[in-house]
Ligand binder design. Structure first.
Ligand SMILES: C[S@@+](CC[C@H](N)C(=O)[O-])C[C@H]1O[C@@H](n2cnc3c(N)ncnc32)[C@H](O)[C@@H]1O
Length: 384
């Protein structure tokens, strides 16, 4: 019988249910969404697949120990009970990160030090050497999660966060995180079987993520993962997993994808990113004002992350822009479903359309909304 491993996949808050669906499709068992992530279990290969294929997870953590604690010493003992030298070679660099929710202990930094000591003591006992610490680019990350009584110690199987796909060349200002963009596409119910348009595409994050979905390309196909340092790493099985994924890729996207922006420099960034992600052929890009452009095709899904601002002059400009966005939708996008993702919670009122759905999402610590508008000709307009 195959050994069962317990995992936890953190994700941007608000995407837990769509991440749970994605993990179920990858064969995860015991799926339990919680605030900020999804716990699940499965075999070792599931961890390879989740890292390679998850578009929404931020990381895949492997749970090593979960038990109650009262003091820093209990956490040291739990960390010391793990046979670290069996997990990775002493030549790997390490970093310990601690997160606490309701933890009553005084210093999370001190706990990180205690856990680092436990890892090093475990190596010293086994081979008289200890791994070095590298806080910038460690080979191995250890995550400790503390509630008021419970401690969980994980080893990170991903390494760099999974939203770092490896294709981004240009940022073009304020790009969305790739896993947030992919999660929004899933929340929009877009399944690569209807046209998609981002009329304010910036550096093209929605477009690249959509094109990868439409060409069935795994988001992790370009990068390396921390699990490649693990002693349990099986290069043959990992290569088979990647080859299976490459073989399933499609030469052409399954639907039309369009993007536009009114700023030539950011369009150049979008073009560079699409090319680097090998999906330049799947997206029609053009310079256009979102307020003036027409729908590119028969009805589909419009998704965008309009500009938002904090300074007063920006707010004045946005106060004028948002109602015009509502007008443009109403006049030229009958039959479309439109999704606006924003941190500017005034948009809902200013756009003067009735949202059919509002979803609370977090971009880091920033509370945002995803508003859905179903554009049926002649309706939606709110009375002024
Ligand atoms: C928040 S950024 C979008 C970022 C994008 N989602 C990404 O990940 O890179 C907003 C974009 O809207 C564009 N924009 C602002 N007003 C516009 C308009 N009237 N027509 C088209 N694009 C516009 C800006 O040039 C900017 O690239």
């Amino acid at each position: 019988m195959k050994q069962v491993f317990h995992y936890f996949a953190p994700c941007p808050r608000g995407l837990e249910t769509v991440l749970a669906q994605e993990l179920a499709e990858l064969g995860a068992l015991g799926i339990a969404p919680t605030d900020g992530g999804v716990a699940f279990h499965g075999d070792w290969q599931l961890m390879y697949r989740a890292n390679l294929h998850s578009r929404i997870a931020s990381r895949i953590l492997w749970r090593l120990v979960e038990r109650s604690y009262r003091s820093e010493d209990d956490i040291y003992k739990a960390a010391r009970s793990i046979e670290w030298p069996e997990l990775f070679p002493v030549s790997c660099t390490i970093k310990v990160a601690v997160t606490g929710v309701g933890c009553k202990l005084r210093s999370l930094d001190f706990i990180a030090l205690k856990v680092k000591d436990a890892v090093c003591d475990s190596f010293r006992a086994a081979c008289d050497e200890r791994p070095s610490v590298d806080t910038a680019k460690p080979d191995i990350r250890v995550h400790v999660f503390l509630t008021d009584r419970q401690q969980t110690i994980y080893i990170d199987t991903s390494g760099e966060a999974l939203f770092k796909r490896g294709y981004r060349r240009e940022t073009g200002g304020a790009p969305l995180r790739e896993n947030l963009a992919a999660g929004i596409l899933r929340l929009a119910g877009w399944k690569a079987d209807e046209p998609l348009l981002d009329p304010m595409c910036g550096s093209g994050t929605f477009l690249v993520e959509a094109a990868l979905i439409a060409k069935r390309m795994a988001p992790g196909r370009w990068r390396n993962f921390a699990f490649e340092h693990f002693k349990q790493f099986d290069a043959i099985v990992w290569n088979e997993t990647k080859q299976l994924s490459f073989a399933a890729e499609l030469p052409n996207a399954t639907c039309a994808i369009y993007g536009s922006d009114d700023t030539p420099e950011v369009l150049a960034a979008a073009r560079a990113n699409l090319t680097a992600a090998e999906v330049g052929d799947a997206v029609v890009l053009e310079e256009a004002d979102a307020l003036e452009r027409n729908a590119p095709s028969q009805p589909g899904v419009l998704v965008c992350n309009p500009p938002y601002g904090i300074r007063l002059e920006e707010q004045t400009w946005l106060d004028a822009l948002y109602p015009m966005l509502g007008n443009a939708l109403k006049q030229r996008f009958a039959g479309w479903r439109a999704y606006y993702f924003t941190a500017d919670l005034r948009l809902a009122k200013l756009i003067r359309l009735s949202a059919s759905k509002r979803t609370v999402l977090f971009n880091g610590a920033l509370e945002c909304r995803l508003f859905e508008y179903r554009m049926v000709a002649g309706t939606n307009r709110k009375p002024t």
